[in-house]
Design a protein around this ligand. Structure first.
Ligand code: 8NA
Ligand code: MG
Ligand code: MG
Ligand code: MG
Length: 350
């Protein structure tokens, strides 16, 4: 008997939220990422006995960022309408962006899409994104970072899942690297959902091989060198995983990357999940969900987004029960995101 699907759905969205909230304080903070001492202390606090002051219980809450802001818009739209409605999702992005009084740290150029969408009242929800960067579209990781509701909403219908992942991404990201990054992240979550974490240890090479096969049917080879950029990264993941003693952080940072480009962050998130199946030096835990997001953050760069994507995959694979319960005290929007996961599960069952 494996982990229940509802636990996997809840683990996936909670994993995305915790990765975002816990990664955000470290985003582009230090070139090589936070130090092992700092990160171990950070997580020890989150997992330790709750801090109690003399007269009342108090736990500081970490705020979510754009990653979760946009994820919840997509999940809410799916739950409310039980169908794909790009205009509705665009409206939710725009309303959230203009009414949220908390600074959510959106990407540098995506705010231009929101401005245009607002001005045309989302009448043509895919047009502003196609005009970004002189018509090439954004290749940022903003599509991939918010794709987690898609594999839940479309669970059981593989081709529709790919289609929906693409459409939802195109509201802000139309560059092939932006779209395919979101599809790859979607595929990784989908694989996590369908595998049982309680049997044999995860075959990490096979997990990567299956992504390679699926992406070959999706990704066009480059017109000049004939290579498929995401498959090149996935092959690299396999090599890094096969290294004796494990690849160094430096090797991972230099090859897979830790930037806001989808190509140099989605594969890093997948690698973090796969690497965390075994103990990692300097990471003081036996818990594999913690190890996944802890490792993702330790690499530095776009820590909130990479940890959020890695957390979504880990949560989908292990389910909610692998996530330390005390994390719920330290993030905003936990109850709400879990309720959205319940709503998506209800739809998936029908
Ligand atoms: P985006 O579409 O604005 O892309 C992000 C950045 O990628 C842009 O600002 C460009 O610098 C670059 N870029 C993307 N496409 C191209 C292109 N075709 N040509 C040249 N440059 C390009 O926004 P997004 O939604 O993809 O961004 C997601 C990231 O932004 C996430 O990491 C998220 O957490 C957020 N973020 C916020 C901060 C912050 O502190 N405000 C810092 C980093 C990232
Ligand atoms: Mg480091
Ligand atoms: Mg963010
Ligand atoms: Mg980020």
């Amino acid at each position: 008997s494996g982990v229940s699907l509802i636990s996997k759905f809840r683990g996936c969205l909670a994993g995305a939220l915790f990765g975002d909230c816990f990664g955000a304080p470290f985003e582009f903070e230090d070139e090589n990422g936070p130090s092992p001492v700092v990160l171990n202390k950070f997580f020890a606090k989150l997992e330790g006995p709750p801090f109690k002051s003399k007269c009342h219980f108090y736990a500081p809450k970490y705020a979510y960022t754009d990653d979760t802001a946009m994820t919840k818009c997509i999940a809410q739209s799916f739950v409310d309408r039980a169908s794909l409605d790009e205009r509705d999702i665009a409206k939710r992005f725009v309303t959230d962006f203009y009414t949220d009084t908390t600074e959510r740290g959106y990407g540098g150029h995506v705010t231009e899409v929101f401005r245009k969408l607002r001005d045309q009242q989302c009448a043509d929800p895919m047009k502003p994104a196609s005009e970004q960067f002189n018509g090439t579209g954004s290749y940022g990781n903003g599509g991939a970072m918010r794709v987690s509701p898609v594999p839940l909403f479309c669970f059981g219908d593989y081709n529709r899942m790919i289609h929906v992942a693409k459409r939802v991404t195109q509201i802000t990201h139309t560059h092939p690297l932006g779209i395919n990054g979101a599809i790859l992240q979607c595929l990784a979550i989908h694989q996590g959902l369908t595998l049982d974490p309680r049997g044999e240890p995860l075959d990490v090479q096979k997990f990567a091989d299956e992504l390679i096969t699926k992406m070959e049917a999706i990704e066009e080879p480059d017109q000049i060198d004939g290579r498929r950029p995401y498959n090149t990264q996935l092959q690299l993941i396999k090599k890094l995983l096969a290294k004796e003693g494990g690849a160094s952080a430096h090797q991972v940072q230099e090859s897979l990357g830790t930037s806001v480009d989808a190509l140099f962050s989605v594969p890093t998130a997948i690698y973090s999940f796969l690497r965390a199946q075994k103990p990692i030096p300097d990471i003081e835990t036996d818990n594999k969900f913690r190890r996944t997001i802890h490792y993702a953050i330790s690499l530095g760069g776009d820590t909130d987004t990479i940890a959020s994507m890695a957390g979504a995959i880990a949560g989908a694979y292990f389910g909610e029960e692998e996530i330390n319960d005390s994390y719920k005290m330290y993030c905003e929007y936990v109850e709400e995101i879990l309720e959205l996961a319940n709503g998506l599960h209800k739809i998936a069952k029908e």
